[in-house]
Design a protein around this ligand. Structure first.
Ligand SMILES: Cc1cc2nc3c(=O)[nH]c(=O)nc-3n(C[C@H](O)[C@H](O)[C@H](O)COP(=O)(O)O)c2cc1C
Length: 315
């Protein structure tokens, strides 16, 4: 038996909530323990940008403690307990909701598995007994769901790519994603059998992945489309005009586009795939750039005087 936990950023008992609850019910029928959480109902304060969490991890003083005293620990605990994380968000202005982003800002840097693993190594070496929560390193799978009111998928375009942020730092393997668009055409998803069937299909994918006997089988992509990026299976690239160079917006990896008889293929070397920020290599690369840059940053002399000119500009 595994634990499947859903985080819904939609309205109470509306489309996102019910899609996720349908996935949970099917997982429960298959014998899994389930949990449903609505972060919007909790007191989750926005990140202030102080970086105390990251400095705490890298200096050995904390395990990423935030300066806020609010309900965030409920989300952290539920995420850490889960073997499968489902995240659903309504589409607002082509993207996931603001509270979803707040969750990511609070969760991302302070729960990065490479930050925590390197901290653990250093602390073991220098006798610091303050160990990170072992649950941070637990292998997890995940699914992402976006719900948009617009009649075309066009107005949901940034939603799933941005939602990968909710899985990235914890190293979750995303096995399925889905966007239900046109949700405003019907008063509730309960009147849209094909969307409820898609929720059942997502549950089937989760159940199969959780039953897998190998890591490869557990983490394999089970979504509808293979996507152009071989790592995240999405198709959102930065293009470099005038070249054949493409960069996956989610993974941050570089590849080339090849045109043959009017059809494009995208190639990413194994080395690039391994440095995706969805995988250990990419996360460690980022951890090291912070450890060797931000943590040893160059001081600007006379900063107080230099700032003086800008203090009350435009007030
Ligand atoms: C502020 C706001 C912005 C929205 N922007 C979009 C949008 O860009 N694209 C879209 O498809 N739907 C948009 N919608 C519609 C919602 O995605 C839609 O109502 C959805 O069903 C909400 O999910 P829920 O029913 O689970 O709460 C927007 C709704 C709100 C309130």
């Amino acid at each position: 038996m595994s634990k499947v936990t859903a985080f819904s950023f939609g309205r109470k008992m509306s489309n996102t909530d019910v899609f996720l609850k349908e996935v949970l019910l099917k997982c429960q029928e298959a014998g899994h323990e389930i949990r449903f959480i609505r972060p919007d109902d909790l007191d989750i304060k926005p990140c202030t940008g102080c970086c105390a969490c990251v400095v705490g991890i890298m200096s050995g003083r904390t395990n990423g403690t935030c300066i806020h005293k609010d309900d965030f620990h409920i989300l952290e605990d539920a995420y850490y307990d889960a073997d499968c994380v489902l995240i659903g968000s309504p589409v607002y202005e082509t993207s996931p909701s603001g509270t979803f982003k707040t969750f990511c800002d609070r969760f991302g840097p302070s729960h990065d598995i490479t930050f925590l693993a390197e901290a653990k190594k250093e602390r073991l070496a220098n006798g610091n007994p303050l160990m990170p929560d072992e649950r941070a390193f637990k292998p997890r799978i995940g699914c992402l769901v976006g719900v948009g009111g617009a009649r075309t998928e066009n107005w949901t375009i940034m939603t799933i790519p941005i939602m990968y942020e909710g899985m990235m730092s914890a190293g979750v393997d995303v096995i399925d994603t889905h966007v239900y668009y046109g949700a405003m055409n019907v008063s509730h998803i309960l009147g849209v059998p094909e969307q409820m069937a898609r929720a059942d299909k997502m549950a089937e994918n989760v159940i199969a992945a959780l039953a897998a006997e190998t890591d490869e089988e557990r983490t394999k992509w089970r979504g509808e489309e293979p996507g152009a990026c071989p790592v995240c299976h999405q198709s959102m690239f930065r293009v470099y005009p005038g070249t054949d160079h493409v960069e996956c917006a989610i993974c941050g990896i570089h590849g080339v586009v090849k045109m043959q008889a009017g059809s494009a293929t995208y190639e990413f070397s194994q080395a690039e795939q391994d440095r995706s920020r969805m995988r250990w290599g990419g996360k460690l690369e980022h951890r090291n750039e912070i450890a060797n840059g931000a943590m040893t940053q160059k001081k600007v002399e006379n900063l107080r005087e230099l700032k003086e000119k800008y203090l009350h500009v435009g007030e």
